[in-house]
Write a protein that binds this ligand. Structure first.
Ligand code: AHR
Length: 482
């Protein structure tokens, strides 16, 4: 394919907020315990209980925002269980996604917020609307954020934190249409109004996230919010791509279907935007929080297409080059919707589902998705522009070649399984650097025996007469930066 890409700087979409590159750490499978947290006494090298190798990987990815403690776990979680002397913390059933394991609460509020400081991530906490109460969540906000010397403030100081953390992002429940209490949309909205009013009294500066779902739930819950839109700062939706067949032994049809599903995420964001704008008449901007997204393969679920009945194991799944391409496809949409989408969290950060990082004993493995996220780092905080791609073939689901451009650089995706793409674009800078991510087979993945099978390499670029020329192999992603 001979491709010509045009970057239309006169048509900016807005700034790509670091919050669009958020991650998600739930007490589920081996994500929080074992993946992030091993405890300060562990033989595995750690910094204040967190794996040192994972910390380095998170810093380099980067990880601008991190959501915790769930997911479905959040609506069972009582924050007081995770503060104070670790040995005295209660051991509970760690409940998420219908699974129960022993949870010793070693990783609690102070530990999680310390991790965020170490890796430079903004914390996003999800409160308990399933088995908790309004007062319990108000107390959590006060414990974290108040500078007034209340009993909770003094307790926080006694537990080692004098200065308030000043946490902005608070989820009011999680998936309350399902695991978070099976509310109907109207009852959730009424309950949300009570929570949000009280939380705002405790700290008027917080940003609260309302739990949305699919169109019907969204419409019905929003109809109950219409005089109270001011209580919503963000509106949460989740999107998991489940139609791509098996995690690694997939067919060509499965491959293209999964990428098309990733593309459709943008349409879902646009439909949600229309509902929100209808509610507010455009007078108040409520951001869309895609606070769980990614690939969820059948080996890690008991529901949906190709699911294996029984247990979902530890929610680990294959993480192949295909998943990295799906990530890149979705990120293009995030950039286009950056004025509408206020935050997004890939699910989940270590070992669970669409993970960029895996751990195996004392080894850390960086998945193709990790590498593709790193390729997108130059776009974080940059101005996004519309692009036009000429000369591409079509593949099932849409064009084979697509691109996203920002003031940080340009990322090009060639999703064609067999054809390479010779790409040409205007590049007045006259020099630059390109990095490429591809693999021999699109089902390739990194494992403990072959940790660097799929990785980035430098891609030669020719700069001639104000233009850049680069060649992308089949199923590959490349970023060109100045
Ligand atoms: O990410 C796994 C689960 O998916 C989360 O706990 C829940 O919110 C969603 O259904």
């Amino acid at each position: 394919m001979n491709i010509r890409i045009h970057v239309i700087e006169a048509e900016p979409y807005g700034v790509v907020s670091p919050r669009l590159y958020g991650h998600f750490a739930e007490h589920l499978g081996r994500c929080c315990y074992d993946g992030l947290w091993v405890g300060p006494e562990a033989a595995i090298p750690n910094q204040e209980g967190f794996r040192s190798d994972v910390i380095s990987a998170l810093r380099a990815m980067p990880t601008p925002m991190l959501r915790w403690p769930g997911g479905c776990y959040a609506d069972h979680y009582h924050w007081r269980d995770g503060i104070g002397t670790p040995e005295k913390r209660p051991e509970r059933l760690g409940l998420s996604c219908g699974r129960s394991v022993l949870d010793d609460n070693g990783l609690g509020t102070h530990e999680f917020l310390r991790l965020c400081e170490i890796i430079g991530a903004e914390p996003y906490l999800a409160g308990n609307m399933g088995s908790g109460s309004v007062q319990e969540m108000c107390d959590w906000v006060e414990y974290c954020n108040t500078a007034v010397p209340t009993t909770l403030q003094r307790e926080r100081a006694a537990n080692g934190r004098q200065t308030p953390w000043g946490i902005k992002l608070w989820g009011v429940g999680n998936e309350n249409w399902g695991c978070g209490g099976c509310y109907d949309p109207e009852s959730y909205a009424l309950e949300y109004r009570r929570y949000a009013s009280m939380l705002r009294h405790v700290d008027p500066s917080i940003e609260m996230v309302f739990c949305g779902h699919e169109a019907d739930w969204n419409q019905r819950s929003l109809s109950k919010m219409h005089l109270h839109a001011g209580l919503m700062d963000h509106f949460s939706i989740h999107r998991y791509w489940i139609g791509g067949g098996p995690g690694s032994a997939f067919s060509d049809e499965d491959y293209y279907r999964l990428l098309a599903e990733a593309d459709q995420t943008e349409e879902f964001v646009k439909q949600t935007r229309m509902l929100l704008d209808d509610l507010t008449g455009g007078k108040r901007h409520i951001g869309i929080a895609l606070d769980e997204w990614g690939v969820w393969h059948p080996e890690a679920r008991t529901w949906g297409p190709n699911a294996v009945p029984g247990e979902a194991g530890d929610y680990g799944q294959a993480c192949t080059m295909r998943d990295a391409l799906a990530t890149a496809a979705a990120l293009e949409g995030f950039h286009r919707q950056c004025a509408s989408l206020s935050l997004a969290n890939l699910a989940q950060v270590v070992n669970v589902l669409h993970a960029p990082i895996l751990t195996d004993g004392d080894q850390v493995i960086l998945t193709p998705t990790y590498h593709v996220l790193k390729l997108h780092a130059p776009h974080i905080g940059a101005q996004a522009y519309r692009t036009e791609v000429d000369g591409t073939d079509t593949v099932p689901g849409g064009p084979a070649v697509s691109a996203t451009a920002t003031s940080g650089g340009i990322t090009v995706v060639n999703r064609h399984l067999n054809e390479m793409a010779e790409v040409r674009l205007k590049w007045p800078q006259g020099s630059g650097k390109a990095m490429l991510l591809t693999s021999a087979k699109v089902s390739d993945e990194n494992t403990s025996s072959e940790p660097a099978k799929v990785t980035t390499v430098a891609l030669p670029v020719k700069f001639v007469d104000g233009e850049a020329y680069l060649e992308l192999p089949p199923h590959s992603v490349a970023t060109l930066t100045v």
